[in-house]
Design a protein around this ligand. Structure first.
Ligand SMILES: Cc1ncc(COP(=O)(O)O)c(C=O)c1O
Length: 364
């Protein structure tokens, strides 16, 4: 079975650089904070164009820190997409606020601005927009709504770090953005990791303090915070991988093109739509098909792994049962959950080989 994300081939390709980088951290004796973190934050900020990059313990941590820095309170409402990973809605609910589940546009899988507007009430404080599968939400449309109703937007760039919208990089499209460095992400470390991006100095210093027990001065705690820090070893790994990110993204996009050309011959398969002005990281390459079981079996027979991102609308998850889930209606999300299928697409995946295997297995 080929891996869904080929991290061992990636490690082999960068082995020497990774070893030098991690050895430097072991020798320094500095494992939390310090020069490695400072250097990574500067490099992330240069790469994304965001003035401040604040590293933290995970993408989920980055969302929690951002919500806390934006002063989210019990009973506040935050609009989140219904079709995504659990983290955005989970963080809102964990802080005592109420996630309101918005439907998505069927072609791009991204939160639908009209669905967002329909959910706004006097209690709404903001929107978490997820750049699902690697392309950015229509921020121009979303910002118009946010400005009209005086709402903030958090860009959840966990899957899109490296993508751009009309030439501007993901992470630098809203007042505050978050990302994840989970190992299988387009920029992943060797454990958990994440970052918050902002140009707002006030928000940046609040996020920094919150990630370090609400403290800016040793043993002085101005506010309640937590421990959400990236460690120096992960920073060293990320600095190596960041140097290769653009090349990897180029290969991911080529892989997507190869799949697109292959599936163009199948009437019942819809390949990903990338909106005008967007580039995608292809964190996932996801098909929509009425014949999902047929394709799942075909790939499995050829020993190619596939994944379903995501099998059920978030509002139907048991953990959100007390958040008015019975009133939520998201027909596009519901339909897609039954039809999506993600294929291996990382820069170390040989898509031509995959398609050869599929074609030869199908003729058996
Ligand atoms: C859209 C989205 N947001 C947040 C997260 C959470 O990131 P982490 O696993 O680093 O906490 C993920 C992780 O898969 C994600 O896909």
């Amino acid at each position: 079975m080929i891996p869904f994300v080929n991290l061992s081939s990636q490690r082999n390709a960068y082995r020497e650089e990774l070893e030098i980088a991690t050895q430097r951290v072991y020798d320094s004796g500095c494992f939390i904070g310090g020069k490695e973190i400072e250097a990574l934050e500067a490099e992330l900020s240069t790469y994304s164009g965001a003035t401040q990059a604040i590293t933290c313990a995970s993408g989920t941590g980055a969302l929690l820190l951002s919500l806390l820095a934006l002063d989210i309170r019990e009973g506040d409402e935050v609009i989140v997409p219904d079709f995504t990973f659990v983290a955005p809605a989970e963080c809102v609910a964990l802080l005592g606020a109420i996630p309101k589940f918005a439907d998505i546009s069927k072609d791009t899988f991204l939160i639908d601005p009209a669905a967002v507007e329909a959910l706004i009430t006097p209690k709404t404080k903001g929107i978490i927009a997820v750049d699902l599968f690697g392309q950015c939400v229509n921020y121009e449309a979303l910002k118009k709504i946010a400005n009209t109703y005086d709402l903030w937007i958090i860009e959840d760039a966990a899957q899109s770090f490296g993508a751009s919208q009309f030439g501007k990089k993901s992470g630098n499209l809203t007042r505050i953005a978050t990302t994840s460095f989970y190992p299988s992400k387009p920029l992943g470390c060797y454990g958990d990791g994440g970052a918050v991006f902002t140009a707002d100095e006030n928000l940046a210093s609040r996020v920094r303090a919150l990630a370090n027990h609400g403290s800016t001065e040793h043993y002085v705690h101005e506010s309640l915070g937590t421990n959400s820090r990236l460690d120096a070893l992960q920073a060293a790994v990320l600095r190596v991988k960041l140097r290769h990110l653009e090349d990897e993204l180029m290969i991911r996009r080529q892989n997507a093109e190869i799949y697109n050309a292959f599936f163009a011959h199948f009437k019942n398969v819809q390949t990903p739509t990338i909106a005008a002005g967007n580039t995608s990281t292809f964190a996932q390459y996801t098909l929509v098909t009425e014949d999902r079981t047929f394709w799942e079996k075909k790939f499995a027979k050829a020993e190619i792994p596939t994944c379903i991102h995501y099998p059920q609308p978030l509002h139907t998850q048991p953990c959100f049962a007390n958040f008015g889930a019975h009133k939520v209606s998201t027909p596009q999300t519901e339909e897609l959950c039954g039809k999506v299928l993600s294929l291996p697409v990382c820069a170390f995946t040989d898509v031509k080989e995959i398609l050869l295997r599929i074609s030869s297995k199908s003729s058996e």
